[in-house]
Design a protein around this ligand. Structure first.
Ligand SMILES: [Zn+2]
Ligand SMILES: [Zn+2]
Length: 546
């Protein structure tokens, strides 16, 4: 395998990103960085999901265009990812002309193959607005608890609903009673792919997390149902067929096809053949997202890919994750307790944020975020472990030996330990076991600090310079490799340390410090955090100030 495709989920552009999104997306960047170091051709893509009803509703309530909202958050997401050192090859959005053309061409193609069909049914229509109203635009009485509910969900009893289940339906926009009127929509024959998806699941699920397998199985057990690909909206991609002027492409299909658009863009930039890249037996794919997104990647996308061209690789590694809670309580917009990425970036070093959400990643069960935990992990692992190992060695060399480094003189056992660590961590990354990889990396730091403590180099500085040099050489070697091994997770501090030690290589294999460099102006790599200095109200406000 020499090619790796990594698709990060597309965040929905109607609100700031919160820590749940971040925990779901970060593994993608760690994998991309690791595979690049390992010499693979990596294509890592994502973008903002900019169409759909939640955005049009937000736009209506603020009296602005949907495009204004989508652009605002797309720009904010792009900045967030930059500030967190994400290394997407392409971070795009679903509003581009390229994507629009791509989606329209794909729809024409799968229509010619017979995978789309028209269906006329009775749908809710608002006589005053003179348009069909979709689930989120309808209010009515919940059949379960009798409260007022939306067409897609009852917020009171949390039952998932469809508009036909509601009684006394009215249009949310104007309050008028809706009527039923004949409406024609286009459908995708998802049911035709049931056997293909079952075979696909059996072939790939061994490496998936239990929730990904269960969600997919649950969906398959209910039987795959054909899905409407058109929706009565004026915000989205126009249909390339006659008779659909008042409809747009449904956002579920528009967003998942973004992987193809952005992969093609990245291939163009890198001079790689597309779609051959996605067909090759030499390409492995990773799809990274939260659990609410699983079936879009394990059922919908594989079925669409099969419809387009059965030789396109279907998603192989599904790196899904659970939810992030706040102090063991569910986070939600209605509770007002969402912690935004903006708030984290206003208070913390990006390396710490990345480390915390990989070390605590909700890979198999929900994780909880608390400020106390964040401060503790930062101070213990990053400052006390990583930073301290570098600082105690470097500061001593600067103070006692004018910053001159000893000749490279390594213990065989240390070299072996370091070499094995690369193999072990590499395997964990490839298996998507990032959290375990992070724990093993912390073991490495503890090993390094213990080596320093047991060998007490400082006691030989005056009495036995050879012995001091030998121990210090091993410490510097451990440090150089620490900066290499940690760089997929904490890129900024690792690069700083590499620069100090004269490490130029960026490959997934043992590196050594450059004995000709001189250490000067040693400063701590990471500052200790104090709870009282943190202000979580920073960056918490909605950024859409109109
Ligand atoms: Zn209800
Ligand atoms: Zn109306």
């Amino acid at each position: 395998m020499k090619n790796v495709f990594i698709g990060g989920a597309w965040p929905y552009a109607n609100n700031s990103m919160h820590i749940g999104h971040l925990a779901a997306l970060l593994p993608g960047d760690v994998l991309a960085r690791y595979f690049r170091m390992d010499g693979k051709n990596v294509i890592y893509v994502s973008g903002s999901d900019c169409h759909g009803t939640p955005i049009t509703q937000r736009a209506q309530s603020l009296g602005v265009s949907p495009e204004y909202i989508a652009k605002h958050y797309h720009e904010e997401f792009s900045k967030n990812f930059n500030d967190l050192f994400f290394t997407y090859d392409i971070y795009s959005n679903t509003m581009t002309l390229k994507h629009k053309t791509n989606v329209q061409n794909i729809l024409k193609e799968i229509n010619e193959k017979g995978f789309l069909f028209e269906k006329t049914e009775l749908n809710d229509y608002c006589p005053k607005c003179q348009k069909f109203v979709v689930d989120r635009e309808i209010k009515g009485i919940c059949p379960v608890c009798g409260s007022e509910a939306n067409g897609d969900q009852c917020d009171k009893c949390l039952t998932s609903l469809t508009p036909e289940m509601l009684k006394d339906k009215t249009c949310k926009i104007c309050g008028t009673k809706t009527i039923l009127k004949e409406d024609t929509n286009l459908y995708f024959k998802l049911s035709a792919f049931e056997d293909i998806i079952k075979t696909y699941l059996d072939k790939n699920k061994q490496s998936w997390r239990p929730t990904a397998i269960n969600e997919t199985q649950k969906y398959l057990n209910q039987g795959l149902v054909d899905r409407a690909i058109t929706r009565a909206l004026d915000w989205g991609i126009e249909l390339p067929f006659d008779g659909y002027k008042d409809k747009r492409v449904y956002v579920w299909i528009d967003a998942v096809l973004g992987y193809l658009t952005t992969c093609e863009m990245a291939c163009e930039e890198k001079g790689i053949e597309f779609p051959e890249f996605l067909k090759s037996n030499d390409t492995i794919s990773y799809y990274v997202h939260g659990k609410d997104n699983i079936v879009f990647h394990t059922i919908i996308l594989p079925a669409l890919l099969d419809a387009i061209d059965e030789n396109l690789n279907k998603p192989q590694k599904i790196v899904s994750c659970e939810y992030v809670n706040l102090n063991n309580d569910k986070m939600s917009k209605s509770k007002g307790n969402l912690i935004t990425v903006n708030t984290l970036l206003s208070n913390f070093d990006p390396d710490s944020i990345r480390y915390f959400f990989i070390f605590n990643n909700p890979e198999r069960k929900d994780c909880s975020f608390s400020l106390e935990d964040f401060v503790l992990i930062h101070n213990k692992h990053i400052v006390g472990g990583f930073g301290n190992f570098a600082n105690r060695n470097l500061a001593f060399l600067e103070k006692k030996f004018e910053g001159k480094l000893p000749k490279v003189n390594l213990d065989e056992s240390i070299v072996k330990y370091v070499t094995n660590t690369y193999t072990e961590i590499g395997k964990l990354f490839e298996a998507g076991e990032l959290k375990t990889a992070c724990t093993k990396l912390y073991d490495y730091i503890q090993f390094a600090n213990k080596y320093y403590d047991t060998n007490t180099p400082w006691t030989f500085a005056k009495t036995d310079k050879d012995k001091f040099d030998e121990i210090t050489s091993n410490c510097l070697y451990l440090m150089a490799n620490m900066s290499n091994l940690y760089s997929p997770i904490m890129p900024k501090g690792c690069q700083k340390l590499k620069d100090i030690l004269g490490v130029k290589e960026n490959d997934w294999k043992p590196v050594c410090y450059d004995e000709s460099v001189t250490i000067e102006n040693v400063q701590v790599l990471y500052q200790r955090l104090k709870l009282e200095d943190i202000d979580m109200s920073k960056g918490a406000k909605d950024t859409l100030n109109i």
